[in-house]
Write a protein that binds this ligand. Structure first.
Ligand code: SAH
Ligand code: SF4
Ligand code: F3S
Length: 445
């Protein structure tokens, strides 16, 4: 076998991009081996995100660094993939003469073909979005480096068109994957050592609604998919992300507490506590309707961990609207939140709305949200002190030598003293201390 070339991938953005990066490694595994240092690579891929301006800018700063590498080694190939590639297309080739390949999220599957023709030279851009596209099943020749948790994409794209969001433009129309492809990937992941499966999509609760213009065979729906994955031998833990509050239905809620592997956690992005703002965001639910879903979840699963995303400074957000977001945080008491300053994205409706909120107002609002959540989060985490929790050991610990880390079923990160041999196992840990975003535990023998 000829020696494999060296591949380096820098990944930004959400789990859909992590999944795509893994797919590219798999697609190229016959010809390329992944390295940790970009200066050694023959091929560098920057898998980009354009959800906020800051994310997009990361591409431009990083690409400058790789340009310097290419000056020293002209044979180096540089590819840009992901959502900025989709959004900007050929403009990236025009702007960055040292970039060889630009591929949107659907284009990555052509990578092996493009590279095998590379001798012919020429620069390539693929960023057409095919509404009938279906995600191929890419078999992995070897297990990933850390196989404990595996993500499986169940749908791509999004049809919701929240007025601030670029995703529907860069990932295209919502298309669900056929159930048999999902099950094939789940089984493969388990064979490779996965104990936890995370089902991925921008709007998982509408799974089955559309696949290439048609409903998925028999339109099984999301709850039925959860039931099937739950039954796969070896799947100890099951999670999914992301849910849209409007589409989260009773059938899915009733899976909590009923399906043994379904973990007691939901990430349910609210975005704002003000019904008026939610309306302008095109979210299709009111504050009250969101709170009803929370109540239903807590009824089905009293211990459920709830996390969310918040945007501050959406166009027209008044001081009063903002206070409603603050009061919602106190009412729901999330364990963790992700909060963002509104960032206008090209071509989205909200970027053209009047009454854009001033930068300093966004800053003071995000700071206020973070201060409040720090207090609530600590109180939520402190409630766990003294409890004995089941932990899936996922990694060597970042808390120092001799530490391992894992997660509770409620998705709290726990650091504890233990050896590497525990990697991938389920252990019981007593929670001894709550920190800001994690817990400290002790193994229970
Ligand atoms: N599909 C998921 C998440 C999509 S992106 C959902 O519907 O919730 C992840 C988060 O980024 C969003 O929940 C939102 O809080 C944030 N986000 C998206 N567009 C944004 C923008 N233009 N400015 C600031 N935050 C944004
Ligand atoms: Fe974006 Fe809204 Fe779709 Fe989420 S549901 S990806 S926020 S358009
Ligand atoms: Fe970013 Fe694209 Fe995901 S814009 S958040 S990488 S879908």
């Amino acid at each position: 076998m000829t020696e494999r070339k060296k591949l380096y991938i820098a990944t930004f953005g959400c789990q859909m991009n992590d999944y795509d990066s893994l797919t590219m490694r798999r697609l190229l595994s016959g010809t390329h081996v992944t390295v940790a240092d970009p200066s050694e690579a023959d091929l560098i891929i920057i898998n980009t995100c354009s959800i906020r301006e800051k994310a997009e800018n990361k591409l431009y700063s990083l690409a400058g660094r790789y340009r310097a590498l290419k000056k020293k080694r002209p044979d180096l190939k540089i590819a840009i993939t992901g959502c900025v590639a989709q959004q900007e297309g050929r403009r990236l080739l025009d702007r960055m003469p040292y970039v060889d390949i630009v591929l949107g999220p659907q284009g990555i599957y052509s990578l092996p073909g493009i590279l095998s023709r590379e001798a012919a030279g020429g620069r390539v851009c693929l960023n057409r979005l095919d509404p009938d596209f279906s995600i191929p099943v890419v078999r992995a020749a070897e297990p990933p480096d850390n196989p404990v948790r595996a993500s499986v994409t169940i749908m791509q794209g999004c049809d919701n068109f929240c007025t601030y969001c670029i995703v529907p433009y860069v990932r295209g129309r919502e298309i669900s994957r056929p159930e048999e492809d999902i099950m094939t990937e789940v089984r493969q992941a388990v064979e490779h050592g996965a104990r936890e499966i995370v089902l991925l999509g921008q709007n998982v609760n509408s799974y089955g609604r559309r696949a290439g213009g048609r409903p998925v065979k028999g339109n099984p729906g999301f709850a039925s998919l959860l039931e099937k994955v739950n039954k796969v031998p070896g799947v100890e833990r099951l999670r999914f992300t992301t849910s849209h509050p409007r589409d989260l239905d009773e059938a899915a809620i009733s899976c909590y507490g009923r399906l043994e592997s379904l973990c007691e956690h939901i990430h349910l992005p609210v975005q704002s506590g003000s019904t008026a703002v939610l309306k302008r965001m095109n979210r299709h639910y009111s504050r009250e309707e969101y709170l009803e879903k929370i109540a239903m979840l807590r009824k089905a699963c009293p211990d459920i961990t709830i996390t969310t995303d918040i945007i501050v400074g959406f166009p027209g957000e008044t001081g009063e609207d903002f206070l409603q977001t603050m009061s919602l945080l106190e009412e729901v008491r999330y364990d963790q939140i992700f909060v963002f300053k509104y960032s206008p994205r090209p071509g989205t409706p909200a970027s053209g709305f009047d009454e854009q909120v001033a930068a300093d107002v966004k800053t003071s609002r995000i700071e206020a949200v973070l201060r409040l959540q720090e207090k609530i989060g600590l109180e939520q985490y402190a409630r766990m002190e003294g409890q004995i929790c089941e932990i899936l050991v996922e990694d060597v610990g970042k808390a120092g030598d001799g530490f391992m880390q894992g997660r509770t079923r409620g998705n709290h990160v726990v650091h504890f003293r233990g050896g590497r041999e525990l990697l991938g196992s389920l252990v019981d840990v007593r929670i001894v201390r709550a920190c800001k975003h994690s817990l400290r535990g002790e193994l229970v023998q």
